[in-house]
Design a protein around this ligand. Structure first.
Ligand code: ADP
Length: 442
């Protein structure tokens, strides 16, 4: 049954709508409304038109019977006959409802739903067709009312209708139909025009936004490419500075005084730090450059690997890393490892050296995302730096206090954003920090 309805609905929508129309247009919604009306009208006619036809036969109202039959055939043509334009289908639809309304009006008079059908059709015409058809419909309604007035006045025809009314009564009734159809022909298009204007304004704004985003992405990519090339090319001369300074120190150690040796030490140390900076910068630009494939990754394994790296640590205060059961997620494995590595690494690094670093990792599922927390018992971060620390090169400490390049958290931010999430921090001075981040489920 579901399959039959699916096929039926697909056929109706294929014939009565245009798939290439933008959803943000009135034309799209007009066609959609028309197709939906056709879709439901055919099955619904079994509870209205078909019993009506039966009653018409039983009461010998043959005109009504044939008009109803013609309407049902017309509905089938509109829904199933390929090759007709949508406009033609809409017009056939309106003509058939006109036919039914007139037949009802003529045969049943005011006891029948003829006038009601005409009013409903008047509104439907302005909903599915262009503004001009609403006006045409008002004239048609005037003509229909006049025609029926003539039938009454000259006592033509032999239906309930002609005997039921006097001309004055019919006039009083029919002006309401004309009035209401004129109101809908004037007001509904006004509403549509307003909607069309706001649709087009929205489209324009969206296009502008898309252009800006594209431009921004392009500039970003250029910048990342530049950072990558620059840092890559810097590595070689840096390696030379470092190795030749070390060589110089080895060769001339005996001939050089203490001061000169200290200078060489500064050169080597500076080159080493710069090398680390370049490495980190490369890592940062790599996260943006490589559009690596996502894979299903068990995050517990990633944390285990990082934990193992700290097991070999010679320091007396060996860090304790605990984690709740983490999910398996579709992520870029290298990027996610960098994320955990940086957050755990920072939690261990930014300590006062008085007590064992403790890192706790926990997570919670939340609809579309997984939310994580990496909590440490370190020195904490002042509140006014909560946002700034995620900027590239932003450091709160000198290299003498804690070594670093100020790139780690910028990498974390980039990785999280690439996985459709957010990252932020909450902290309490000398009690520790909690880094929160979310990752979107695939
Ligand atoms: P780096 O550690 O190389 O300096 P990051 O981008 O990882 O660079 O961190 C930026 C700054 O944020 C650090 O210099 C440090 O001052 C602060 N910070 C980061 N993580 C923590 C933490 N867990 N506890 C205290 N301060 C932190």
């Amino acid at each position: 049954m579901q399959k039959i309805w699916g096929n039926y609905s697909e056929t109706v929508f294929r014939n009565c709508t245009r798939p290439d129309t933008d959803e943000d247009t009135i034309a799209y919604w007009k066609n959609n409304l028309f197709a939906t009306a056709v879709l439901y009208l055919i099955p619904l006619s079994f509870i209205a038109i078909i019993p009506g036809m039966y009653m018409a036969l039983a009461t010998e109202l043959y005109l009504l019977f044939f008009v109803d039959l013609a309407a049902i055939i017309a509905f089938a043509v509109i829904a199933f006959l390929p090759g007709l334009t949508i406009q033609a289908r809409k017009i056939i639809f309106c003509i058939s409802i006109y036919g039914v309304s007139l037949a009802l009006l003529y045969t049943l008079g005011s006891f029948g739903p003829g006038l009601l059908y005409l009013l409903a059709l008047s509104i439907f015409i302005v909903l599915i067709l262009d503004e001009i058809y609403g006006i045409v419909n008002v004239y048609l309604n005037i003509a229909i009312c006049a025609l029926f007035g003539v039938l009454i006045e000259f006592d033509l025809g032999s239906s309930a209708f002609t005997t039921e009314y006097t001309l004055a009564q019919w006039f009083a009734v029919s002006v309401n139909l004309i009035f209401l159809s004129a109101v809908s022909a004037l007001l509904i298009p006004k509403l549509f025009n307003g909607l069309e204007v706001s649709f087009s304004k929205r489209r324009e704004a969206e296009n502008k936004l898309q252009d800006s985003v594209k431009m921004l992405e392009m500039k970003n990519q250029e910048l990342e490419d530049f950072a990558y090339t620059a840092s890559h090319d810097l590595k070689e001369p840096l390696r030379m500075v470092r190795s030749f300074s070390e060589l110089l120190k080895k060769r001339q150690e005996k001939n050089l005084d203490q001061k000169s040796l200290q200078y060489i030490h500064f050169i080597v140390d500076g080159a080493r730090r710069m090398n680390q900076l370049v490495e980190d910068l490369l890592e940062y630009s790599r996260v943006g450059r490589l559009h690596l494939e996502k894979e299903i990754v068990d995050l517990n394994k990633i944390v285990d690997e990082i934990r193992e790296n700290y097991q070999g640590e010679q320091s007396q205060l060996k860090p304790v890393i605990t984690s709740e059961k983490l999910p398996e997620m579709e992520v870029v494995p290298i990027s996610i490892k960098l994320l955990f590595q940086n957050l755990i690494g920072n939690g261990i690094k930014y300590q006062d050296g008085q007590h064992t670093p403790e890192i706790q990792i926990s997570c919670q599922e939340n609809g579309t995302h997984w939310n994580f927390r990496v909590k440490d018992n370190g020195i904490g971060i002042p509140e006014n730096y909560y946002d700034q620390i995620f900027q590239i090169f932003k450091r709160l400490h000198s290299n003498d206090e804690f070594r670093g390049s100020g790139i780690g958290l910028a990498i974390c931010k980039k990785v999280v954003e690439q996985h459709g999430g957010e990252i932020w921090v909450e902290s309490e001075a000398s009690k520790g920090s909690s880094f929160y981040f979310s990752l979107k489920k695939s």
